[in-house]
Design a protein around this ligand. Structure first.
Ligand code: ADP
Ligand code: ADP
Ligand code: MG
Length: 492
């Protein structure tokens, strides 16, 4: 087993990794920037090394300093967490060249999956359905021709279309094209955005699946064999970024689900994939599913999978990185109950979810059976403008989905946060909507300005229910004498 691990990350995921490492008897080394000098992950690690100034380019993305820190402290392995260097093939390669263990897959696997066009081609060969679409496009005239040819030859490639960046991530750089006249401009704009954001001008065009769900499969491989740990549904998104995630999916039919799990395991087994990974799928209203991309790292929402399977995914990553073989057979992995995760952020839902850094004066989570909180902050503490303004991930588990939703709502209501604008009230409101309570939702629901008004209930039914409630309240009131304050209210 690895004896000493450096965590090349910050915030809740660094704290999370440190805790699992300690349980396995592994010594831990944190790295930090100026702003994170007193951060929780620094306090929880056995040792900590400063790696630079506040901006991530100057600290958490500095490969040279991170390798230097590992050398100085004698760490034998590096866990990259998510974000930052986690999907940079060059980083994984440098770690290996320095004679250290990279806690993740082979650099070549990261490279192939980091390029969406290449990943689509590869995964399709391995027998997984992909969204109908083009290959890599660079020259715009050529791109138009290719799209036109495909529109003619493939009936399942049709409008609306989605232009995407091959090197994209974080929900950025996507453009919907509703009709042919919009194509050229969309290609041009998407290309220039892709160049700016990802330093890679390669784009491709996919069919845009309408009212879809985002469902993903968690896998674990040891280089030889692989298993799945069931799926997560992450369809509650705003601007293609996940807000709530849950496991298992409340909507997928069981035969589609089994097929999705089977093709995922077959593909990662054939790949010889090592470590934890996720295959993301877009799912049509008829439960047809198509591969979107594979994330070759631990994911933000991994705790919901841990909650329903009882497997510590970080611990398994560390065991596999140490050279152990998978400890589980597929039949050892069973689903128990239902788990939901909410991402609690310092951001303003009334102003396009703009980050709201500042001083977190007071933060208190109530003790609650069945709730897990993964957080990287303790009050009083400053949420800096330099990184993701996440306060915590709240994970609610219960035997039944409806209980998990009710528990999440109560917990968020009893959570005390002072000093910052957060999305807490927004999360509570989502828990109260009919579509969340019933589990019938798709990725566009939070983008609809009427999301609060429970769009799945026809307006006339809603109106009738309101009228009924109103009439009942009236008759109830008239049967008893009015209290002093009711009389007062009425007379004013
Ligand atoms: P997951 O895929 O694990 O659900 P996200 O899609 O939210 O998680 O991305 C994981 C982390 O990586 C987040 O902290 C996010 O901010 C960061 N991230 C992903 N892609 C980008 C990108 N292109 N630019 C900046 N940050 C990114
Ligand atoms: P990223 O690397 O930015 O995470 P993804 O390909 O995983 O990119 O897509 C992110 C999100 O964008 C998905 O969860 C989904 O909401 C939306 N999306 C992507 N491709 C499609 C598609 N073909 N049809 C409909 N929605 C899509
Ligand atoms: Mg994605």
């Amino acid at each position: 087993m690895i004896k000493k691990l450096l965590i090349a990350n910050r915030g809740e995921i660094a704290v999370r990794i440190i805790r699992s490492a300690k349980e396995l008897g592994i010594k831990t080394v944190a790295v930090y920037s100026d702003a994170d000098k007193n951060a929780l992950h620094v306090r929880e690690a056995d040792e900590a090394v400063w790696v630079g100034a506040n901006e991530s380019q100057e600290s958490y993305l500095r490969v040279d300093r991170i390798l230097e820190a590992a050398k100085k402290t004698g760490a034998e392995a590096i866990h990259p967490g998510y974000g930052f260097l986690s999907e940079k093939e060059a980083f994984a390669e440098s770690v290996q060249k320095a004679g250290l263990i990279f806690v993740g897959p082979e650099p070549e696997q990261i490279r192939r999956m980091g390029d969406k066009v290449e990943a689509r081609a590869w995964i399709s060969e391995l027998g997984v359905p992909i969204v109908p679409g083009t290959g890599a496009l660079q020259d715009i005239d050529q791109a138009e021709k290719e799209v036109d040819a495909l529109l003619k030859s493939r009936p399942d490639f049709c409008f609306p279309l989605l232009v995407k960046a091959s090197g994209g991530g974080g929900g950025k750089g996507m453009r919907i094209v509703k009709k042919r006249e919009e194509l050229r401009q969309a290609l041009e704009r998407a290309q220039s955005e892709a160049q700016k954001a990802f330093n890679n001008p390669v784009i491709f065009v996919e069919r845009y699946i309408e009212e879809p769900r985002h469902i993903e499969v968690q896998v674990l491989g040891d280089g030889e064999s692989a298993i799945h740990l069931f799926e997560r549904e992450c369809s509650l998104q705003r601007r293609h970024q996940k807000v709530f995630e849950e496991a298992p999916s409340p909507s997928l039919n069981s035969s589609a689900r089994q097929k999705m799990l089977d093709v995922s395991v077959q593909a990662v087994t054939k790949m010889g994939y090592r470590s934890a990974g996720t295959l993301e799928f877009i799912v049509s209203p008829d439960d047809d599913f198509y591969f979107l991309e594979m994330n070759t790292r631990i994911q933000v929402e991994h705790p919901v999978t841990e909650a329903i399977t009882g497997v510590d995914l970080i611990a398994e990553q560390l065991r596999i990185a140490s050279g152990e073989k998978l400890r589980f057979k597929q039949e050892d992995i069973q689903v128990r109950g239902h788990a939901i995760e909410a991402r609690l952020y310092a951001e303003d839902p009334d102003r396009q979810f703009l980050p709201q850094p500042g001083k977190l004066q007071f933060l208190r989570f109530p003790p609650y059976a069945g709730i897990r909180v993964d957080s990287g902050v303790e009050s009083p503490e400053v949420i800096t403008p330099f990184y993701d303004p996440m306060i915590a991930k709240v994970i609610s588990w219960a035997p039944e989905r409806s209980q998990a939703v009710a528990k999440m709502k109560q917990f968020l209501q009893k959570t005390q946060i002072e000093g910052l604008v957060t999305n807490r009230a927004f999360l509570i409101e989502v828990c109260e909507t009919e579509y969340f309570k019933t589990g019938r939702y798709h990725t566009g629901i939070l983008e609809n300005p009427n999301w609060r008004r429970e769009p799945l209930i026809p307006a006339e039914i809603y109106a009738l229910a309101c009228l009924r409630e109103h009439l009942q309240t009236q008759s109830f009131e008239s049967t008893r004498p009015l209290s002093a304050w009711q009389t007062m209210e009425r007379s004013t």
